[in-house]
Design a protein around this ligand. Structure first.
Ligand SMILES: C[S@@+](CC[C@H](N)C(=O)[O-])C[C@H]1O[C@@H](n2cnc3c(N)ncnc32)[C@H](O)[C@@H]1O
Length: 389
C-alpha cells in the first residue's frame, strides 16, 4: 500500500511482525511495520467491522436452533470424543482439563460421567454457556465441571491444565479459524507435557468426477424452454467460483487414492503458520473417467494417554459414516477426460484472509500428465476458491 509521511493508516491485521495489512482512503494493502508508529483509535476506527465477526459468530452458537443440534446429532463426531474419554478413563483420573468451546458441554459431561478428572473447565464464549450451566447442574456434575463464560483468550484459570480438549474443526479443516484460540490457550494454559485432543489433524484431497453436480449446474442451460441461452455459457462458470460445502462424494467418483496434503501437529503448530499452508500432491489415476476437480475432507487423531494405547481417529472422508461437515468440492472450470495410469500432480495453498480472520482462499494448481499409447500430453490448471471472503 502506497502511503506518505503524515498519512493516518488503519491497521486491520498484523499477520507478521514485519508486514501489516492496512487501509488508507478505502485502499487496502500491506505496509512495512517499521515505517509506522501507533496513533490513538478514533471514532471512525472503532466503527470498523470486526475482522473476526465475533458478534455474528458467537450469536450463531448462542442458540440451539441449528448448530448445536446438528453437531450433537452427528454421531460419528460426538461418539469419537466419547470414545476418547472412555479409552483414556484410567489416565484421566485426577487430571485437570479444559474443554475449549464447550457449547452445550457435551464433552465436559462425558469427562465427568465416564472418567474421574479432578476438574473440567468448560469454556464457552457464546450465551449458550447459560444453558450449559443448567445442564451441568441437571446431570449432577457441578463438582467436577465448572462452566466459564467468556472467550478462551480472556478467561482466567487458577492454574494450568493437564489436558486441553476442543472440537474446533471447520469445513476444509480450518475454516472459521477457531484453531487459533486453541493454540493460544495451549501456549498459556497447557502444562509442560500436557495432552492436546485432537493431537494431530490432516487435510485430505482426491481428484474426482462430479457428473451429476456438473449436469445440474451446466446442462440445464443448454436449451431451457426451447430458448438459446448460449450467451450465458461463460457466466455459468460462476457456479464453480466458490467451493461446494456439504458435498457427499460417492467413493466410486474418487479417481485415485486420496492423499493427505496438509498435516498439523497440535503440539507444535504456531498461530503464524496458519497464515499460509502449502501442500503438494501426486495422484495416479486408477479408473478412467472425467476429472471435474478435487474433493477435500479432514481427519483428526487423539493420541492415547494409556501406555501402549491406540489413538482414536475421526475421519470425515467418503469411506466413513458421513459427518455434519460432509466434504468440500472444488470444481475446475473445464472437465477433462482422464485414463487409468495418468497422473495429476500439483499443489494446494490455504491462504488466510489478512482482514477477515475466519476466512481463507484455497488455491489449487495441477498438471494432468497422460502417457497413452497414442500421444503423451500435459494439461495444466490453476484456480483459487475464496471461502468465503
Ligand atoms: C464447533 S462448536 C463445539 C461445541 C461443543 N464442544 C460440542 O462438541 O458440541 C465450537 C464452540 O466453541 C465456541 N467458541 C469458539 N471460539 C471460542 C473462543 N475463542 N472462546 C470460547 N468459546 C469459543 C463456539 O461458541 C461454539 O459453541
Amino acid at each position: 500500500l502506497a502511503f506518505a509521511n503524515g498519512d493516518r493508516l488503519l491497521v486491520h491485521a498484523k499477520p507478521s511482525s514485519d508486514w501489516w495489512w492496512a487501509e488508507l482512503s478505502g485502499v487496502i494493502g500491506y505496509i512495512p511495520a517499521s515505517h509506522v508508529c501507533p496513533g490513538g483509535a478514533t471514532e471512525e476506527d472503532t466503527s470498523m467491522p470486526d475482522p473476526w465477526q465475533d458478534e455474528e459468530y458467537f450469536d450463531s452458537y448462542g442458540t440451539l436452533q441449528k448448530l448445536h443440534l446438528e453437531m450433537l446429532a452427528d454421531r460419528s463426531r460426538t461418539e469419537a470424543y466419547r470414545q476418547v474419554i472412555i479409552s483414556n478413563s484410567a489416565s484421566l483420573k485426577d487430571k485437570v482439563m479444559m474443554d475449549l468451546g464447550c457449547g452445550t458441554g457435551i464433552i465436559s459431561l462425558f469427562c465427568a460421567q465416564l472418567a474421574q478428572p479432578s476438574m473440567v473447565y468448560a469454556v464457552e464464549a457464546s450465551s449458550m454457556a447459560e444453558y450449559t450451566k443448567k445442564l451441568v447442574k441437571q446431570n449432577n456434575c457441578e463438582e467436577v465441571v465448572s462452566v466459564l463464560q467468556g472467550r478462551a483468550e480472556e478467561i482466567e484459570l487458577p492454574g494450568q491444565v493437564d489436558v486441553l480438549v476442543s472440537e474446533w474443526m471447520g469445513n476444509c479443516l480450518l475454516f472459521e479459524f477457531m484453531v487459533e484460540s486453541v493454540l493460544l490457550a495451549r501456549d498459556r494454559w497447557l502444562k509442560e507435557g500436557g495432552v492436546m485432543w485432537p493431537s494431530s489433524a490432516a487435510l485430505t484431497l482426491v481428484p474426482c468426477q462430479a457428473d451429476s453436480y456438473f449436469s445440474e449446474k451446466m446442462h440445464f442451460w443448454e436449451r431451457p424452454y426451447g430458448l438459446d441461452f448460449t450467451p450465458l455459457s461463460l457466466a455459468q462458470q460462476e457456479f464453480f467460483t466458490k467451493p461446494k460445502f456439504s458435498y457427499l462424494i460417492d467413493p466410486t467418483d474418487c479417481l485415485s487414492t486420496p492423499c493427505d496434503v496438509i498435516q498439523l501437529d497440535m503440539y507444535t503448530l504456531q498461530v503464524k503458520d496458519l497464515e499460509e499452508m502449502h501442500g503438494h500432491f501426486q495422484f495416479w489415476i486408477d479408473r478412467s473417467g472425467t476429472f471435474h476437480g478435487f474433493t477435500a475432507w479432514f481427519n483428526v487423531d487423539f493420541k492415547s494417554m494409556e501406555p501402549g494405547g491406540t489413538a482414536v481417529q475421526l475421519d470425515t472422508g467418503p469411506h466413513s459414516r458421513p459427518t455434519h461437515w460432509k466434504q468440500t468440492l472444488f470444481m475446475s472450470d473445464r472437465p477433462v477426460s482422464v485414463h487409468e495410469g495418468d497422473s495429476i500432480s500439483g499443489s494446494i495453498v490455504l491462504h488466510r484472509n489478512p482482514v477477515w480472520r475466519r476466512h481463507m482462499t484455497v488455491s489449487l494448481h495441477w498438471n494432468i500428465n497422460s502417457s497413452s499409447k497414442d500421444a503423451s500430453s500435459c494439461q495444466a490448471g490453476t484456480k483459487s476458491f475464496p471461502m468465503w471472503r
